[in-house]
Design a protein around this ligand. Structure first.
Ligand code: ATP
Length: 211
């Protein structure tokens, strides 16, 4: 598995956020995109997922531009955006069952109660998700990562937002295990990560001086 950003440039509202950005992410890599607020981290993740198009350059999956291998790329990609993306009227269990169906057969024998216990939601399985705290809602979204049964690319925008210290450690351990199994994680965070520290590659975005 190989994700490549080749000579990427991103322009928003006539402002160049970054240009000539080239890097590769391969099996076992844990990559943190870092930089100050507004520098373009989310914009970069959206380019990597194919949700938006670069001003110049290309994103390739296993050597092929992602537009040309869209289905195969998306089958290998799990993207969690800024918002938790949890249905407020459904319970955590129902949300997770929905994701499971969406994923297809691969994760159908995963015990959803066990997954919810792993993300610290034991006892909250049957509450409407909209009545849970911000951190608990984020945990419902993150529970999807436990459904991913194959090495895959996880692109995660601020996954630790509203998550307590213990929860961050649980996630760090999950990311390390995922990488050991040959998976790849590209994430943004403003948090200092402890468990992943020695394993983490960082890509720093710096504000460009505008003409
Ligand atoms: N929907 C949008 N339409 C137009 N411009 C946008 C939009 N979203 C973001 N931008 C511009 O792109 C810039 C980069 O935004 P982005 O969300 O990628 O930054 P970020 O590095 O992820 O920031 P943060 O650390 O605050 O999450 C912003 O400063 C803003 O000027």
């Amino acid at each position: 598995m190989l994700l490549q950003a080749n000579n990427l440039s991103c322009v928003r509202e006539d402002r160049t956020l970054f240009e000539h950005l080239t890097f590769a992410v391969t099996a076992g890599d844990l990559v943190q995109i870092e930089g100050p607020n507004g520098v373009g981290k989310t914009s970069l993740l959206r380019l990597l997922t194919g949700l938006s198009q670069p001003f110049a350059g290309e994103v390739c999956w296993n050597g092929e531009e992602i537009r040309r291998c869209r289905d195969e790329y998306h089958a290998n990609l799990l993207y969690l955006g800024h918002q938790p993306g949890v249905k407020a009227t459904l319970t955590p269990l129902e949300n997770l069952a929905f994701y499971q169906k969406l994923h297809g057969s691969g994760s159908s024998d995963v015990d959803l109660w066990q997954v919810l216990a792993q993300v610290g939601l034991a006892g909250f399985e049957d509450y409407p998700a909209g009545q849970l705290s911000a951190g608990q809602q984020r945990r419902v979204a993150l529970a999807r990562l436990w459904l991913s049964d194959q090495p895959a690319l996880w692109i995660l925008d601020e996954p630790f937002t509203a998550i307590d210290k213990q929860g961050v450690k649980v996630l760090e351990r999950l990311f390390l295990t995922h990488a050991e199994r040959g998976g790849m994680v590209v994430l943004t965070t403003h948090q200092d990560l402890t468990l992943m520290q020695g394993r983490l590659k960082t890509l720093s975005l710096t504000p460009l001086l505008q003409e």
